[in-house]
Design a protein around this ligand. Structure first.
Ligand code: ATP
Ligand code: MG
Length: 240
């Protein structure tokens, strides 16, 4: 399985949100790190085939996702950054609804929902209305919906936002356990989120890929990945 991104660009009028982005992804966890407005969400929306690139291609197992998105969409799990909920539905009702949209058979869906609620520490809250959930609980429901169809390609945009340290560690462990034969793209501002779990880190700044490699490779010669990240982003700013 591979996801090949070639010379990808996205422009919003005069704003060049993603610039000439080229990267080949294989199974593992890619941590996307970058400051606010760097273009992470725009890139992820294009990978999830929600937004069309201005130019460039995304190929999933050799097939152009712009021309034939079905193969990618069938095996996609996506958590958008601005994940909306239905306040009057319970967590279980919401997940049943999303599962039905994804075409998951009812029996399989029931057991999948029970398992996901368990690993995301939401079993007790399953029948409560989402409107009364805390931010971190909503975020975990968002992660559950992304995992419903057991996706091979999982794109999670800031999945740790709003999670407390214990839940953050739980989520990292879950992603690490899932990684094996999946491509996971995970964006965050928090270096420690990706330091321990990412097999590869891509640093994005002003829409461009400015550095990439294994976290320990990127951190070489620096005190930590965070230190390397701050230097790279500051260097790119000075050069701009
Ligand atoms: N639909 C849109 N229309 C116009 N401009 C947009 C749109 N979406 C994003 N942008 C702009 O594109 C740039 C990249 O935004 P994007 O949301 O991809 O960044 P990000 O790295 O995800 O930031 P954050 O860390 O804050 O989530 C920003 O300047 C943003 O204002
Ligand atoms: Mg974003």
């Amino acid at each position: 399985m591979e996801l090949q991104i070639d010379a990808l660009n996205k422009r919003y009028g005069a704003l060049h949100a993603v610039r000439d982005f080229t990267l080949r992804l294989e199974p593992g966890i890619l941590g996307l790190l970058g400051p606010n407005g760097a273009g992470k969400s725009t890139l992820m929306r294009m990978l999830a085939t929600v937004t069309k690139p201005t130019s460039g291609t995304i190929r999933f197992n050799g097939s152009d996702a712009g021309k034939s998105p079905d193969a990618l969409r069938r095996t996609l799990g996506y958590l958008p950054q601005d994940f909306g909920i239905y306040p009057h539905l319970s967590a279980v009702e919401f997940l049943e609804y999303i599962g039905a949209l994804k075409g998951i058979p009812r029996r399989a869906l029931r057991s999948r929902i029970a398992m996901l609620l368990e690993v995301l520490n939401l079993t007790q809250a399953g029948s409560r209305a989402l409107g009364g959930f805390s931010g971190g609980m909503r975020q975990r429901v968002g992660i559950a919906q992304a995992l419903l169809n057991d996706p091979r390609l999982l794109i999670v945009d800031e999945p740790t936002a709003g999670l407390d340290p214990e839940e953050r560690v739980r989520l990292r462990t879950l992603l690490r356990e899932m990684a094996g034969d999946r491509i996971i793209v995970f964006s965050t501002h928090i270096c420690s989120d990706v330091e321990s779990v990412a097999t590869r880190v891509a640093i994005v700044n002003h829409g461009a890929l400015v550095a990439q490699g294994h976290p320990s490779e990127l951190a070489r010669g620096c005190a930590s990945l965070e230190d390397a990240y701050l230097r790279i982003v500051a260097g790119a700013r000075a050069a701009a």
